[in-house]
Design a protein around this ligand. Structure first.
Ligand SMILES: [Zn+2]
Length: 213
């Protein structure tokens, strides 16, 4: 199975798992259990509505399972009218949650592609980031999913995605290291094959291309 097929089956599995979704009350009960586990009393006044609020927050944090990014892109691309230069969207804010600790991953995403016959509205690129970010994630998978989806639907000459993010599971627990940013990238097509194109992209987002350094 190649990488793109693996990613696709992953998306399908994530969406399919919603079939057995527990009831809201069950989810709230689970939060009460965690509060008791932490050592507090879920029936004290300040905590009474907490399970309800946490479940609402989860609805927002993980709303990405309800959206299909490929469908979104398929509905919205436009013909290029001959435009074939690099399109770059820099500094897209990303808020996700790590799948190991369910704590925030906060950072930014840079996306570039070289159109062949289709372009896409920039707000749609940002939406793609949100759809994948609002799931339980690891940064490597998030990066690959964004790049692969754009590549599969737009069929451009190439796609580049860089994610720079801080993981609160590193800053607020475990090793407690602040100020550390993880950088991941996925280069497809011309960005993978052509060092000059890759260099132009890294230059424009203000990075050195580590591969040619
Ligand atoms: Zn983590």
């Amino acid at each position: 199975m190649d990488a793109a097929t693996t990613e696709k089956s992953l998306i399908t599995t994530e969406r399919a798992s919603l079939a057995g979704r527990p009831a809201r009350e069950e989810a709230e009960q689970a939060v009460r259990t965690l509060i008791r586990w932490a050592g507090d009393d879920p029936s004290r006044e300040g905590l009474l509505d907490t399970p309800k609020r946490v479940v609402c927050a989860y609805e927002e944090f993980f709303s990405g399972y309800d959206s299909d990014p490929e469908e979104l892109l398929k509905r919205t691309f436009e013909e290029t009218d001959g435009y074939d230069e690099m399109v770059i969207l820099r500094d897209i804010r990303v808020e996700s949650h790590c799948e190991h600790h369910i704590v925030p991953i906060l950072g930014k995403v840079h996306i570039a592609y070289l159109p062949k016959h289709r372009v896409i509205g920039i707000s749609k690129l940002a939406r793609i980031v949100d759809i994948f970010a609002r799931r339980l994630q690891i940064q490597e998978k998030l990066t690959a999913q964004i790049a692969n989806t754009i590549n599969d639907v737009l069929e451009p000459r190439g796609v580049a995605v860089v994610v720079e993010a801080a993981h609160q599971c590193m800053t607020t627990r475990g090793v407690h290291k602040t100020g550390v940013t993880m950088v991941t990238s996925r280069m497809l097509g011309a960005f993978r094959e052509d060092a000059t194109i890759r260099g132009e992209f890294f230059g424009r987002i203000g990075h050195r291309d580590a591969r040619s350094a």
